[in-house]
Design a protein around this ligand. Structure first.
Ligand code: PLP
Length: 379
């Protein structure tokens, strides 16, 4: 970080350990400075070991992984894809890359993720209109596992394949099983702000060998077998660099520490801020779930009329503390003004009342205290 930023508290900055440089050093020494090499294979195997996934393809972003994941599920021009409205735009943009249309579904208020009741309503209505959705995207926002049992049951009932966007949720579990293993294809992100990072990067996990093979093929320019370059479908240049995979291997060694620290940060904020009945630090984990607590969030109570999210954000900013409103629902984005949607009031309310607090795993007790004091000055 720049020197004038030395006392700035960021939302979720990179947190490097001791081993990343060893992997990068070895890659350069051995001249594996390319989107092929032993760190890529190693990173993929280690991600499979950690999550329990059968197959992994390392890619240069989570967005690229969503793009190719939807492609191998057969999404194409004219199709519709079900997607939560309450998420980052990168969840939905790849639907558009493929010439398909997102159909937005509201959140439920326990985990803030896609609502199984609204989901069924959306599917029934699309079926009545003669448009069976081609795929469903599930997101685990801020690391909190979605209500998978109910949501996956609806998807199975209508035989709609699931892409699991676990970009924010590496290290979270549902019923003891790692997130990133619940979709026909699942996606991770290693962007600079995520719980572990390769600066930029992503991965696709799947239990099906054919999906992994297709994704690898599409990610490396779709070269048909031939001595020259022969192509029969459109490919992409989406593979992760061997240098960055080296950073990823060093980071992945630390994942359990990082989850532990983020969970401690959530608990600390909860203990020090929850006492005020003007705000809620939350949401709590449903029984059987473990959230990695990627970001701790705060909701202003409905009774709270004096203080707005923007006033609180600006106050934190005046103390050189970065914070950010919760995701603005995608159905409110000008980009998606034409897209169909089912419900929306739940996530609109969360957006109006919610703020993400600094949650980086390198935060000290002094940093946490500075944030809590600044919040208390306003609330
Ligand atoms: C970060 C993120 C992505 C995109 O990942 P990139 O690696 O930045 O492309 C997708 N979905 C969600 C929910 C994210 O938070």
């Amino acid at each position: 970080m720049r020197s004038q930023d030395h006392d700035r508290i960021f939302l979720s900055p990179p947190h490097l350990g001791r081993h990343e440089l060893n992997y990068v050093h070895k890659a350069i020494e051995d001249n594996w400075v390319a989107p092929v090499g032993p760190n890529i294979r190693g990173f993929e195997q280690e991600l499979c070991q950690y999550t329990g996934a059968a197959h992994c393809v390392a890619l240069n972003s989570g967005t690229a992984a969503i793009h190719l994941g939807l492609a191998v599920l057969g999404v194409g021009p004219g199709d519709e894809v079900l997607c939560p409205s309450f998420t980052f735009v990168a969840t939905a943009n790849p639907i558009t890359y493929l010439g398909a249309t997102p159909v937005f579904v509201d959140s439920e208020s326990t985990t803030w993720n896609i609502c199984p009741v609204r989901l069924r309503e959306a599917i029934e209505d699309r079926l009545r209109r003669g448009q069976k959705p081609k795929a469903l995207i599930i997101v685990h926002l801020y690391g909190m596992p979605a209500q998978l049992e109910q949501v996956l049951a609806v998807a199975a009932e209508y035989e709609i394949p699931v892409l699991e966007d676990a970009a924010e949720a590496l290290g979270s579990r549902y019923d003891g099983q790692q997130l990133g293993t619940f979709g026909a294809v699942s996606v991770l992100s290693f962007n600079g702000n995520k719980i572990i990072t390769t600066s930029g990067g992503g991965a696709l996990l799947t239990s099906e060998a054919r999906f992994a093979q297709q994704v690898q093929f599409l990610a490396t320019q779709a070269k048909d077998p031939a001595p020259h370059y022969e192509h029969s479908v459109t490919g992409y240049n989406y593979r992760l660099s061997n240098i960055l995979a080296g950073i990823g291997r060093g980071q992945l060694e630390l994942i359990e520490d990082r989850v532990k620290k983020r969970r401690e940060i959530y608990t600390w904020y909860h203990q020090h801020l929850q006492a005020s009945n003007l705000l809620q630090v939350g949401p709590p984990e449903p029984v059987g779930s473990r959230s990695n607590r990627w970001l701790t969030t705060l909701l202003l109570a409905p009774a709270q009329t004096e203080v707005t999210v923007e006033r609180l954000r600006l106050h934190l900013e005046s103390h050189n503390i970065e914070s950010r409103p919760l995701w603005k629902p995608l159905h409110l984005q000008p980009l998606f003004a034409q897209a169909p949607r089912y419900g929306g009031a739940v996530c609109e309310e969360l957006f109006r009342r919610g703020l993400c607090l600094p949650s980086g795993s390198a935060m000290t007790d002094t940093d946490l205290k500075r944030v809590a004091d600044a919040v208390r000055e306003v609330c």
